[in-house]
Design a binder for this molecule. Structure first.
Ligand code: ADP
Length: 274
C-alpha cells in the first residue's frame, strides 16, 4: 500500500535520512523506532507528503506521492503531530470539522453531512461527550484523541459503512510523548480499535519501545538516518538490536499478562570513543 523506496533526505546540505526502504501493508500497524535525532519525524513528514525526498520515492497504491494532489492525499493520509495548538478558542466539534476542509469546494461551508461525519469521528475516538468543550481546555490525552478524530473526519466515513476499500494511513508523531500512563493506555486502545474497526493503516514514530511493542506488528529501527532492521516486531526487537539502537543492555521478553513484548533497560554500555 505504502512503499518507501531508497529514500534519502537532506535539510540544506545535511543528510539526515539515507537510503531508507520499507513497505507498509494495507491495515498494517508500523512503528518507526529510534533515538532522538535519528530522523523519525523527518521520515513521517516524508510519508505524509509534507517533505519531498532528495532521492528515492514514497509510493501510495502505485502512485508517487508527488503526483497526488494535496486534497486527494489529505483524504487518504493524515498526520497527528506531537502537540497541536489552536490559535482561537475553537470547540472540540469545530476542531474535528477542520478535517472536512479537503472535502469542501472553494467558498463552500460545511453542511449537515460534514457535521455528521465529524460527530461520528469523535464517537470513534471516545470524545463525543466533549463536543462542546473548548479544545484549549482539554488535557493532553483528550486533545490527542480529538486531533485523531479530526484526521478520521478528513478520511470520511468508515470504509465498512460505504462499501469502499479502506485506503487510509494515519501518521502519529510520538503520540505518548507528553501523556501519563492512563492516557498512554487510552491512546494505545484507540489506535488498536481504529486499526481493527476501520482497517486504518497506522505509522507511529516513537522512542518508547514498550508502547510500540504494545500496539505495533511491524517495526523499522532507525539509527542516524539509516535503517538498522525492519520487519515483524517479534523478529526485530531483540537484546542485540536494542543494544545497537540505544547502546543499552536490555531484557526483551514476552509478557504473559500484557500479551506483548516488554523491554527492560538494564545498563548503558560504555561507548568505544574515549
Ligand atoms: P527524531 O524525530 O528521530 O528526533 P528528527 O527527524 O526530528 O529526528 O531530526 C533528525 C535530524 O534532522 C536531527 O539532527 C535534527 O536536528 C535535524 N532536523 C530536524 N528538523 C530540521 C529542520 N527543520 N532543519 C534542519 N535540521 C533539522
Amino acid at each position: 500500500m505504502l512503499q518507501v523506496a531508497n529514500v534519502s533526505f537532506a535539510y540544506d546540505k545535511r543528510l539526515v535520512l539515507s537510503d531508507v526502504s520499507f513497505d507498509l501493508a494495507p491495515g498494517g500497524l508500523l512503528g518507526i523506532l529510534g533515538p532522538n535525532g535519528s530522523g523519525k519525524t523527518t521520515l513521517l513528514r516524508l510519508l505524509g507528503g509534507l517533505l519531498r525526498p532528495s532521492a528515492g520515492q514514497v509510493v501510495l497504491d502505485g502512485r508517487d506521492l508527488g503526483s497526488i494532489t494535496k486534497a486527494g492525499l489529505a483524504k487518504r493520509m493524515a498526520m497527528v503531530p506531537q502537540e497541536t495548538y489552536v490559535a482561537f478558542d475553537y470547540s472540540v466539534l469545530e476542531v474535528a470539522m477542520m478535517g472536512r476542509y479537503p472535502h469542501l469546494r472553494t467558498f463552500e461551508v460545511e453542511g449537515p453531512e460534514d457535521i455528521e461525519v465529524a460527530r461520528a469521528a469523535l464517537a470513534e475516538t471516545g470524545t463525543a461527550n466533549l463536543e462542546q468543550r473548548s479544545f484549549m481546555t482539554l488535557s493532553g490525552g483528550e486533545k490527542q484523541r480529538v486531533v485523531i478524530a479530526s484526521a478520521l473526519a478528513q478520511f470520511g466515513r468508515r470504509a465498512a459503512d460505504t462499501g469502499r476499500r479502506p485506503v487510509e494511513v494515519l501518521l502519529l508523531d510520538e503520540p505518548t510523548a507528553s501523556l501519563d500512563l492512563g492516557y498512554q493506555l487510552d491512546i494505545a486502545s484507540t489506535i488498536r480499535r481504529l486499526n481493527n474497526d476501520r482497517s486504518t493503516a497506522i505509522v507511529i514514530s516513537t522512542h518508547d519501545l514498550n508502547f510500540a511493542a504494545s500496539v505495533c506488528d511491524q517495526v523499522v529501527l532507525l539509527r542516524q538516518g539509516c535503517v538498522l532492521a525492519a520487519g515483524p516486531i517479534h523478529e526485530i526487537l531483540r537484546p542485540d538490536t536494542v543494544k545497537d539502537l540505544y547502546n543499552v543492555d536490555a531484557v526483551v521478553e514476552q509478557h504473559a499478562t500484557a500479551g506483548h513484548l516488554t523491554i527492560v533497560p538494564l545498563a548503558r554500555r560504555a561507548t568505544d570513543t574515549p
